[in-house]
Structures are given as structure tokens and as C-alpha cells.
Design a protein around this ligand. Structure first.
Ligand SMILES: [Zn+2]
Length: 243
């Protein structure tokens, strides 16, 4: 093909795209979702299937209270249609400035593309009275590790499916079907997990961080202490010996 002919062909393709809007449609088809943690990414993937792409900012091995901000996070957030957070101030130490700096109006707090997963979950240990992070506690609004109860996983997945359908109405029924299927598989898995855990009912546990409250409630375990004196406060020798 001569240069002129190639040039003409390129112009023709561009013209078809412009006239039909098909090229833009094809590109915009998949919702671009960013989540704060891998747990939220896994739930989003379950209900989003192949109509979305999803990426987590924090890695599974990182403490989600303390994630070191990197420039690559801004790039992800800039391109996101939806940001799913854990909420309850779990990410307050690192995520808010990234959201602001991304300059992406779609995912700002309160915008349609910002979803706080905690609104769908059963939250335990909501403090009575005033608790602030100044007191050293990183759980001032209740225990943010709620996803460790499978029932909360179901509730959050349902909430995410609803939000995906709101952002992409053409695929809303697809997301609902994906949720129904996830719900069915989770129910089957729960029957097995409940049976596996039954012999451990009433077992007394010590955990490092106060992150197993919802898990312990679901499986009827008893958490009697934490290696951290308060959530986010490093252990001391005295406290460890007492424990
Ligand atoms: Zn925590």
C-alpha cells in the first residue's frame, strides 16, 4: 500500500469511528475500578466479571492502615471510574491525599465513583463517646476489619454490584447475576467452613492486631487480648508479659 493510500485508509477508519461513536464505545465499555485493598478487589472482581478491570492499591502483604504512597498510585486513580474503599478511617493515613492529587472528579469523596464498603457491612466495636486517632487508636469509628466475616463479604459484594450497575446500566443485570452466583457459592463454602470450625467454638484467642473481631463473632471464637496494647500502638514488654 502506498503512503497516500495508507493515509486515506487511516482517515477513513477515523471517520467511521467519529460517525458511529463505536470506537469510543468499545474503549469505554469496561469500567476501570481501583480498590484500596486486595479484599475489596477480589469482591469487585467476583461481581464485575469481564465487564470491568480492577486493581488494588495496597498489596495483600501490606498493613492497610499504613501504605506508602507511590506516584504509580496517582496514575491508577487518575484513570479510575470507581474507587472502592474499606472506610472507617482504615485508609485515612494515606488515601485521602492521593484522591485529591489524582484530580479525578469521578472518584472524589461524595462523587458517584466513590464507594465506601463499610456502609454495607455489620460494624462491630463502634466506640461510645469520643475516640480520636490522637489517642493512638486507629479504629475510631468501629472495627474496620469487617471483611473477615463472610456475611460481610456477601453484603459488600451486593453493594458493589449495585454501584457497578449504577455506573454501567447496560450491564446492571449481568452484575446482579454475577452477585447471585457469588452468593450461591459463598453459601456452599460457608456450610463447609462452619463445619470445619465447629470443633473450635468457644476457643480463646490472642491476636496481634485487633483485626479478627468479625471473624471471631462469625465462628464463635473468643478474643481475649491483643499483642498491641491499642490498635496501631506497638507492643511493650510489660503488656506482652501480662498477656
Ligand atoms: Zn486495624
Amino acid at each position: 500500500m502506498s503512503r497516500t493510500r495508507a493515509h486515506r485508509a487511516a482517515i477513513a477508519v477515523a471517520a467511521i469511528c467519529l460517525l458511529s461513536g463505536l470506537c469510543e464505545f468499545a474503549e469505554a465499555k469496561k469500567l476501570n475500578v481501583v480498590t484500596a485493598t486486595t479484599d475489596m478487589a477480589a469482591l469487585t472482581q467476583e461481581v464485575g466479571g469481564d465487564r470491568i478491570s480492577v486493581d488494588s492499591i495496597a498489596k495483600g502483604y501490606q498493613d492497610p492502615h499504613f501504605v506508602e504512597a507511590k506516584p504509580s498510585f496517582l496514575l491508577k486513580l487518575r484513570q479510575a471510574d470507581l474507587l472502592v474503599t474499606v472506610g472507617l478511617q482504615l485508609e485515612i493515613g494515606w488515601l485521602p491525599p492521593l484522591i485529591t492529587q489524582s484530580g479525578n472528579p469521578r472518584i472524589q469523596v461524595g462523587a458517584q465513583g466513590y464507594l465506601d464498603g463499610s456502609q454495607f457491612a455489620e460494624i462491630l466495636e463502634i466506640p461510645q463517646g469520643v475516640v480520636t486517632r490522637a489517642m493512638g487508636d486507629v479504629h475510631p469509628l468501629g472495627n474496620p476489619h469487617y471483611w473477615l466475616d463472610p456475611d460481610n463479604g456477601r453484603r459488600v459484594a451486593r453493594g458493589i454490584a449495585g454501584k457497578l450497575g449504577e455506573l454501567d446500566p447496560a450491564d446492571a443485570s449481568y452484575f446482579q447475576e454475577r452477585f447471585q452466583d457469588f452468593d450461591k457459592r459463598l453459601t456452599a463454602a460457608e456450610q463447609k467452613w462452619d463445619a470445619d470450625m465447629a470443633p473450635l467454638r468457644g476457643t480463646k484467642l490472642v491476636t496481634y492486631h485487633n483485626s479478627f473481631t468479625n471473624f471471631a463473632k462469625h465462628f464463635h471464637l473468643e478474643v481475649i487480648g491483643y499483642v498491641e496494647p491499642r490498635p496501631g500502638i506497638p507492643p511493650t514488654p510489660t503488656h506482652t508479659i501480662d498477656l
